[in-house]
Design a protein. Structure first.
Lengths: 254, 193
């Protein structure tokens, strides 16, 4: 279902693709995607950007995307089932979409959670390279969007943001002090190593270190235990399970 | 013919008109110079010279303050906040709202880099604090950006001692439940009364 399909149709012309005479080839795939943004394109269409499971951040035109029927479907954070078609792989292409889960509607009357959803989608839209698959990030984002309904949504958001940094190559290790190895009294982050530094060890270098920001209750519990595990030995956040596979700089979360 | 081509080019930039329909419109204008082309040119000139943005509410009119702000029959204690002038016109069409308006000139958007300083928010706060306003109706669109803007405004207006309300969200008039999307149904269930 998720694979790229090269569809060949018997048609009279095929000069531009180099396909044998009488055959026209076009690109097509189906995937699930989270709406990152939808910008108006002309009178009735929109350019939709999705974070897809297998194809990463992908853009395409949705014909009739500005219609009354489609506008609600293309809200940020919604999970769609999408089919992308184009004549050549490098083309912008067209999306045909169907709503799987409308996350945005649930959060419209909840200011903080809506801001979190907005921020999540905006960060992904700006930070991710186009057409670069990030299946773990997709799963984590899906978990985060679902978790925005829960009470510990802020902790999920923090875990997701740290995981995103790791996914982009800026992993942080906040499990213990880079200088002393202590996991208590962490107060700074070293911009050079991306590791936490305790208050006492960091004091002489405070003007060169970044302050470790206050984190929500769920994450703070983790922080006291070195951002590793809860006392019940469970993973801290469901999103973390997707985001922090072994061996990453952020492995302290797992 | 250069002038005609230029006219077609300009017409094709209008919403709803492509090059083909712009050509048809230009041809139609050329065929009726006295009855259509000249009056249209005159109307465009007059409007371009007279149009201005109301310094009080952000509406467009040929006078400042606009006709709505200057109308003493309107209820000055209720203020309806809209994103664009088109939204104001839509509400005016209903002929139901008799208060005054405030046009923000857009909505907050993290992606487009539109922050509070880019919108007419200081004007709104100032009106809420200085004018005798008791209720502010937030009539922003029911989109992620529109509702983010509404929540931000609710936050900013808490100090102004006004009642902040929002338009209801739910089933449209003539809408059949079977054909409604999940989001609308969710909003309708949440806003049940």
């Amino acid at each position: 279902m998720l694979d790229l399909i090269l569809t060949c149709e018997k048609l009279p012309s095929s000069r531009s693709t180099g396909a044998p005479a009488g055959v026209r080839c076009r690109m097509e795939w189906m995937d699930r995607g989270i709406v990152l943004s939808a910008r108006r394109h002309g009178e009735s269409s929109v350019v939709l950007k999705l974070l897809t499971q297998e194809h990463g951040r992908f853009a395409g035109v949705v014909r009739g995307g500005q219609s009354r029927r489609n506008r609600g479907v293309l809200e940020q954070g919604n999970l769609l089932s999408a089919t992308w078609r184009a004549r050549l792989e490098e083309h912008l292409g067209n999306f045909t979409v169907e709503l799987e889960k409308g996350h945005a509607a649930r959060l419209l009357d909840r200011p903080d959670r809506l801001a979190a959803l907005d921020s999540t989608c905006a960060i992904l839209d700006v930070c991710l390279a186009e057409r670069e698959p990030h299946p773990e990030l997709f799963a984590a984002t899906l978990a985060l969007v679902a978790a925005l309904d829960g009470d510990d949504w802020a902790a999920h958001l923090v875990a997701w943001e740290i995981g995103l940094l790791g996914e982009l190559g800026f992993g942080l290790d906040l499990s213990c002090c880079a200088a002393t190895g202590a996991n208590d009294g962490l107060a700074y982050v070293s911009p050079r190593s991306g590791r936490a530094v305790s208050l006492s060890a960091g004091e002489p270098y405070r003007d060169r270190l970044l302050p470790l920001p206050a984190v929500p209750a769920g994450a703070r519990r983790g922080r006291a235990g070195g951002y590793r595990r809860r006392p019940d030995n469970q993973r801290l956040f469901p999103a973390a399970a997707y985001l922090f596979p072994a061996g990453r700089a952020t492995a302290g979360f797992a | 013919m250069r002038e005609v081509e230029h006219l077609i080019q300009l017409l094709s930039r209008l919403p709803g008109l492509g090059p083909r329909s712009a050509r048809r419109a230009a041809l139609h204008l050329i065929k009726k110079p006295e009855t259509l082309m000249e009056p249209l040119a005159k109307a465009l000139n007059t409007t371009a010279a007279a149009i201005r943005t109301c310094s009080n509410c952000g509406n467009v009119d040929t006078v400042d303050p606009c006709a709505i702000c200057a109308d003493t029959e309107r209820d000055g204690s209720i203020l309806c906040v809209v994103e664009e002038v088109a939204d104001l016109w839509a509400l005016e069409r209903t002929d139901v709202f008799s208060g005054r308006y405030h046009v923000l000139g857009g909505r907050l958007s993290a992606l487009d880099g539109i922050g509070p300083e880019d919108l007419n928010i200081p004007g709104l706060i100032s009106r809420a604090e200085t004018q005798a306003i008791t209720e502010v109706i937030l009539a922003t669109n029911l989109t992620v950006d529109g509702q983010t803007t509404a929540h931000y405004l609710t936050d900013r207006l808490t100090a102004a001692n006004v009642t902040v309300t929002q338009l209801a969200h739910g089933v449209p008039v003539g809408g059949e439940l079977d054909y409604l999307d999940d989001g609308t149904l969710t909003a309708a269930l949440r806003a049940r009364r």
